[in-house]
Ligand binder design. Structure first.
Ligand code: FES
Length: 179
């Protein structure tokens, strides 16, 4: 556990749904696609406003948007499974299995009460917000993202540079040639 990780208990209290419905697109929003297409695909990624790689996903009737690259080492979150931990829906990064809450972008970790006691008792706890979450809105079947421009640095910001964009594209698996 890094020193910056706090030990706050991961909360299972209800969080506000990340999808909003409006009669017109919110100001400074970016069109992502038709909701029906996103629901069908489950996940879409897009370079938003020419500067931010965003993952938009649909799960259990809700839309969520977050930075596409995992805060830990830039893993491709669009390939992660969605699982529930302590009542919180998380995307599990396919690279090293970090858990990130869909609604808040918190990193979760499993803490042990007393490492000498048997059986071990563990709890899910929060490291705080590590992944930048963006707002999603649906307007007449169109889905828009409003980038979270909070000036506070969030760890996933590190992978939102041209250098990493180029690097990640270079390591994408190449499509297999057709026979
Ligand atoms: S890159 Fe996501 S867990 Fe390591």
């Amino acid at each position: 556990m890094s020193s910056e990780e706090d030990s706050s208990q991961a909360s299972s209290s209800s969080v506000s749904p990340p999808t909003s419905s409006f009669s017109s697109p919110p100001p400074v929003s970016h069109f992502i696609g038709r909701k029906e297409d996103i629901v069908r695909a489950g996940r879409v990624t897009q370079l938003v406003n020419g500067c931010r790689d965003v993952l938009v996903l649909h799960h259990q009737g809700q839309l969520y948007a977050m930075d596409k690259h995992c805060y830990h080492a830039g893993g491709a979150l669009q390939n992660g499974d969605i699982e529930e931990f302590n009542g919180l829906l998380c995307i599990v990064c396919p690279w090293h299995k970090y858990k990130i809450t869909l609604a808040e972008g918190e990193g979760l970790y499993q803490a042990v009460d007393n490492p000498t006691a048997r059986p071990l008792r563990t709890h899910w706890r929060s490291k705080g917000v590590k992944q930048r979450i963006h707002k999603v809105a649906e307007v007449n079947g169109d889905v828009y993202v409003t980038l979270n421009d909070s000036g506070e640095a969030i760890e996933s910001d590190v992978y939102q540079t041209e250098k990493y964009r180029t690097m990640f594209q270079a390591v994408q698996p190449k499509p297999k040639p057709r026979k």
